[in-house]
Unconditional design. Structure first.
Length: 303
């Protein structure tokens, strides 16, 4: 037989009445009405089958059973008050652990530099960052939120888009000097591709043109990698073309060590999303980090 939940409120009220020696004083301190306090004690005594307090018109005293019960009831009241004080203190001084998942290359390059200011502002918050291009299960694996670079599919997860991320077909000048510069996706069949395996369709590149529509191509791949950052040294060495996220190559494009091929043909753009479990309720420490990342990453340097 399942036991019912103890009447914690009534026990706490009993402890306060015993402490104050008066129903009315206890009611005033607890911000309750006198009848509410009286009914709670009556309810508790009815459940126990014996009296906890002896009442006369002039005096309130503990019965023997009341004296035996008071110590535990007082501890219950004290623990409850401490718990509420601690929860309120969390709002004043946010503390605790926040677990985040983020892509490896992006996290290393852009989350790391953003962290010191947050850690200085909130010294009681602890962070656990898991950097991987693997798509984690937020709920099953206990993450508070994740940063994802993708075109999100429909799901029960909540999401917040922070900024756009273009995919750019790039190669080194030395590669183009040796192999020519493609002007149409069909020409990529004659080129050397370096491919990221974490895309929705491995090895499939899709491009769109404002006049000629869409083209899909599966170029011959020389190097596969589950981390796009690994492909940059091969690109810079002039050994192939790759469809890279702008945040990984914008500096190299700016300094000329990489060049954009087929600028009139664009790959489907992605976006940086902040993805959260379905419940809209989350601890203050988590919301603070979400809002901080949203501000820090809203205007990225590659834009």
């Amino acid at each position: 037989m399942t036991r019912r939940l103890p009447d914690f409120e009534a026990w706490a009220i009993f402890a306060k009445v015993a402490e104050r020696g008066s129903f009315s004083d206890a009611a005033r301190e607890l911000r309750m009405s006198n009848p509410t306090v009286s009914k709670a004690i009556g309810r508790l005594e009815a459940q126990l089958g014996f009296a906890l307090l002896s009442r006369t018109s002039r005096r309130l005293s503990l019965t023997e059973a009341g004296r035996q019960s008071l110590d535990r009831a007082a501890r219950l009241l004290s623990e409850g008050e401490a718990l509420e004080d601690e929860a309120a203190d969390q709002l004043r001084v946010p503390r605790g652990l926040v677990r985040i998942s983020a892509p490896l290359s992006f996290g290393t390059a852009y989350l790391g530099p953003a962290l010191p200011e947050f850690l200085k502002t909130y010294p009681e918050i602890t962070l656990d960052l898991a950097l991987s291009d693997r798509r984690v299960d937020l709920v099953a694996e206990g993450f508070d939120f994740a940063l994802r670079i993708a075109a999100l599919e429909d799901s029960s997860l909540l999401s917040r888009t922070l900024c756009s991320v273009r995919l750019m077909l790039v190669g080194a000048p030395a590669y183009f000097d040796a192999n020519g510069r493609p002007t149409h996706p069909a020409e990529l069949r004659r080129h050397v591709a370096l491919a990221y395996t974490g895309s929705a369709q491995k090895g499939v590149w899709r491009f769109g043109h404002p006049t000629f529509g869409e083209e899909t191509i599966e170029p011959p791949v020389r190097v596969w990698a589950d981390n796009a950052d690994l492909l940059n040294p091969v690109l810079l060495a002039g050994q192939g073309l790759a469809l890279q996220p702008e945040f990984l190559v914008w500096r190299q494009i700016r300094d000329g060590s990489l060049e954009v091929a087929m600028p009139d043909w664009t790959a489907r753009p992605l976006a940086l999303h902040l993805v959260m479990p379905p419940s809209p309720l989350r601890p203050q420490r988590v919301q603070l980090l979400i809002d901080y990342f949203a501000r820090a990453l809203a205007n990225p340097p590659w834009a």
